[in-house]
Ligand binder design. Structure first.
Ligand code: PLP
Length: 461
């Protein structure tokens, strides 16, 4: 043991040291981390965070796409505490349940589109996607199509960090040679990113091309072998990729034609991020067969994920009465997490937080779009409170800056020094603030990020 566990109240420096010496930070580069360590966040309230030294930041990252109702709500603390006192835990395996889990499932069925009336709770987004992968195979088998075991997903998608969910996802930066991925049975097609469409293709032609690619991939694998299609309505961690107009509807039609189940991964887009409970139907006009969600479901107060799936799937699985679904977690339907989910949704409804996300989100989108006037900003894209700034070396050719300049991190660091947190992802900067932000916050974020980008551009010339 190298570190000494402090006997008295630890100082900010003690916390930094203990973290540095003992905590593995996913996705942190081991080299720079060894020197720099982590910023210790001590407190959160609304859209703001304070570090251990008392410096205040506007959290335009929103935790990590998740602090939808904002931090520090006493009502949430009270609901969580009350549930801990009443019933801290009871499982939902086989034939026991608890009040919050039953009530939250009923509430989700009310909010979800179409006949998505059935819920399977998980521990987060990755385990929801993992379970969806298994549910697709299970359901296809029950529907008399046991050969439909293959799934199709997209490049630049992020679906989580378990073995299966990471294999369904495919962002280049996530694939490292030290890990193995499940390669058989998971196929990938192009990301629907109009900004990176093949040379000379307009958005409509690009959409035709993407749909044709999907059909060709199904034909290649064999239509009787493809069981599911996994898609985030807007690819979040891949760089907030909004697909071309009509794309999701057309992909849904192809799925219907081939009895392929459509899994919409709404871990980021659900619970108000772009102004709707679920983006699939309200923004893109499709009803998926399965929706996976997490994050905004509890606004990050407590981990929880869920699959919301159709009556049709339920009926197929339950048809002969002699089967059971052997995939669940100790904490599936955790009463405290579900109580947090219920209170979170109650607050969203009472305060019309989705309305605020739509109204202030439109201002946010418009303000961020103005950053495209800067010479280093190739494109600002996204919807409402889910926005990405793509930094480039050349606006005309869309060529990227050298990777080792790490421009996204430079901009995020410059913004952080100005009291604003934005997320760096390679050459991108991504924002997903709490949905409670005001028009004044929009101006602060826009002006500060603009200053940070100008400063980094100056440094690089
Ligand atoms: N799916 C999507 C679209 C995500 O963005 C994420 C996380 O960012 C996940 C799944 C994984 O969720 P979790 O980190 O809660 O396991």
């Amino acid at each position: 043991m190298t570190a000494v566990f402090p006997r008295n109240t630890p100082s900010p420096a003690d916390i930094w040291q203990m973290d540095h010496d003992h905590v593995l930070h996913p996705w942190a580069n081991f080299g720079p981390f060894e020197e720099k360590g982590a910023l210790v966040i001590a407190r959160g309230e609304g859209c703001h965070l304070w570090d251990a030294e008392g410096r205040r930041y506007f959290d335009a990252i929103g935790g990590m796409w998740c602090t939808n109702i904002g931090q520090g709500r006493k009502e949430m603390a009270d609901a969580i505490a009350a549930q801990v006192e009443r019933l801290a835990f009871s499982n939902t395996f086989v034939d026991t349940t608890n009040e919050p889990s039953a009530m939250l499932a009923a509430k989700l069925a009310e909010l979800a589109p179409g006949d998505l009336n059935r819920v399977h709770f998980t521990t987060g987004g990755s385990t929801a996607v993992d379970t969806a992968y298994r549910m697709v195979q299970y359901c296809q088998h029950c529907m008399g199509r046991p050969e439909k075991t293959q799934i199709i997903a997209r490049n630049m998608s992020y679906h989580g960090s378990t073995y299966i969910s990471q294999s369904v996802g495919k962002r280049p930066g996530d694939r490292v040679e030290q890990f193995r991925y499940k390669l058989d049975g998971i196929h990938h097609i192009s990301a629907p990113n109009p900004y990176r469409a093949p040379e000379g293709m307009d958005e409509a032609a690009f959409c035709d091309w993407l749909v044709a690619e999907f059909e060709a991939k199904i034909a290649e694998i064999g239509p009787d072998r493809v069981g599911g299609f996994f898609a985030e309505p807007i690819q979040a961690s891949g760089g907030v990729i909004v697909p071309p107009e009509g794309y999701l509807r057309r992909m849904r039609e192809v799925c219907d034609r081939h009895d392929i189940l459509f899994v919409a991964d709404e871990v980021v887009t659900a619970f108000g991020r772009i102004g709707h409970w679920f983006a699939s139907e309200s923004e893109f006009g499709i009803v998926p067969d399965i929706i996976t969600c997490a994050k905004g479901l509890t606004s990050g107060y407590i981990p929880l994920g869920a699959l919301i799936f159709s009556d049709r799937i339920w009926e197929a699985m339950a048809a002969d009465g002699g089967r059971w679904f052997t995939s669940g977690f100790t904490y599936s339907g955790h009463p405290v997490a579900c109580a947090a989910g219920l209170k979170n949704i109650e607050i969203m409804e009472r305060e019309d937080i989705l309305g605020n996300a739509a109204r202030v989100g439109a201002l946010f989108e418009a303000r961020m779009k103005r950053l495209e006037a800067l010479p280093m900003v190739g494109q600002v894209r996204g919807r409402k409170l889910m926005i990405c700034v793509e930094n480039v070396a050349d606006k005309e050719t869309r060529a990227l800056l050298p990777e080792d300049l790490d421009v996204g991190t430079r901009i995020a660091d410059a913004a952080e020094a100005m009291g604003l947190m934005v997320r760096p992802m390679g050459h991108l900067n991504v924002m997903s603030p709490p949905l409670t932000l005001t028009a004044g916050d929009v101006e602060f974020v826009g002006d500060t990020l603009e200053r940070a980008i100008r400063q980094v551009a100056d440094d690089l010339t």
